[in-house]
Ligand binder design. Structure first.
Ligand code: ADP
Length: 379
């Protein structure tokens, strides 16, 4: 019996050394039994450092604190949230850096023991994420076109309404001037001018309606986990980050997790901010660090920040930053940030920028927090 067990263990060891996937086996209390050589490399730990440790050590907050609870819940309710389903989550390496990963969990039961096996794919690798990315990207691109349209309608409404109102006023004025004249064509002229004035007003209404329609949009606000939103958006936005030598850190406050938000729209805000930060750092900085953080407060709000170590804001854009068509990029549309502002304000939040004394740029925005009860329902 002892021999058979030893042989089985030796077999497992050799599997764990050769399996090309990152694989981790834990017991029902979350303690690490074994991990594959690929997993050691991926997380930067050796097996000896991790044996018997809680697997939550390989996750950032808020999962780190909550993982024991997840396990317990599964063992008592049998309700599957990840087992056999697979999800994108965030992993944390020994050096503290984090990365998006796809995790599939399987279950192994023998008479007296109960194990879970986790298979991990590192999603920082561009190829592996392609299909998932395409999916996200098409959702987000669809939304950005839609929002870009709204933004243009907004600008148009403002720019065009003024001349339209002026035209209408001139026409009404001309009608009154005609009152002082006599002659056969006068009534016809009066009528024609009146109709022209009506049409000018109508054009203004149409454009205002378009703006209202788009700014209300098909917004689909639900209770969302901010950690999950950030994970998904980062998966998309961080493609190419590693190649560009950008270190990414996530500091997610578990107390600031549930928000009331349209998932796609908030992802779009995050993707815009992250891509802008990556672009500026790649162009201007040697030290490239991106920090994405959440924090509770003030009041019923949750604050999200995206900070970079780029060269900071160009003075010519700083003043008009969140307005449409403000750009320093040759092929830029200058719509990204104005779309972010529209979305965040439609959510009842605010977006602003800070230039920290040490350099770089921090964009911050707020969202409404969902209450604890609402959050528990959504989880
Ligand atoms: P676009 O990316 O098309 O230029 P945006 O509205 O996203 O449009 O950005 C507007 C401008 O704001 C950019 O052209 C750039 O000059 C500036 N900007 C945006 N994000 C940053 C950042 N993280 N650091 C420095 N400048 C930025």
């Amino acid at each position: 019996m002892a021999l058979a067990l030893e042989a089985a263990e030796a077999r497992l060891r050799s599997i764990m050394q050769t399996v090309p996937d990152a694989m981790i086996i834990i017991d029902e209390r979350g303690r690490i039994e074994s991990l594959s050589t690929t997993a050691e490399r991926l997380f930067g730990y050796s097996m000896a450092e991790l044996a018997g440790r809680n697997v939550s050590q390989l996750m950032p907050s808020p999962d780190r604190e909550q993982h024991d609870g997840y396990l317990k819940r599964y063992l008592t309710t049998g309700e599957r949230r990840i087992i056999g389903i697979g999800r994108i989550v965030v992993g944390q390496r020994k050096d503290g850096t984090t990365f998006p990963m796809h995790l599939t969990v399987g279950e192994l039961r023998s008479a007296e023991r109960h194990y879970f096996t986790g298979f991990i794919r590192d999603l920082t690798d561009q190829q592996l994420t392609e299909s998932r990315l395409k999916e996200l990207q098409s959702e987000v691109t669809h939304m950005s076109r839609y929002t870009a349209l709204g933004e243009m309608a907004s600008t148009l409404a403002h720019e065009i309404n003024q001349p339209l109102t002026a035209i209408s006023n001139y026409l009404r004025g001309s009608q009154r001037l005609l009152d002082r004249l006599d002659g056969e064509p006068v009534p016809m002229l009066r009528e024609a001018l009146g109709k022209a004035a009506d049409q000018a007003l109508r054009a203004g209404h149409i454009i205002r309606r378009l703006r209202e329609f788009v700014s209300r949009g098909d917004s689909d606000r639900r209770i969302e986990s901010l950690a999950k939103l950030i994970e998904d958006a980062s998966t998309l936005a961080l493609v190419g980050a590693r190649e560009a030598g950008i270190t990414v850190s996530f500091r997610l406050d578990p107390k600031a997790d549930f928000v009331l938000a349209d998932r796609i729209q908030i992802q779009q805000v995050l993707v815009n901010l992250i891509r802008n930060a990556m672009e500026i750092m790649t162009e201007t900085a040697n030290d490239r660090r991106l920090d994405i953080a959440t924090a509770a407060g003030p009041g019923e709000l949750v604050e999200v920040s995206v900070a970079d170590t780029g060269s900071g804001l160009a003075p010519e854009v700083a003043k008009h930053l969140f307005q449409p068509f403000v750009t320093t990029k040759r092929h830029g549309m200058g719509l990204g940030l104005s779309i972010c502002r529209t979305i965040v304000e439609a959510h009842g939040g605010k977006i602003w920028v800070e230039s920290p004394p040490g350099g770089g740029t921090i964009f911050r925005f707020t969202l409404r927090a969902a209450t604890m009860e609402e959050g528990a329902d959504a989880n």
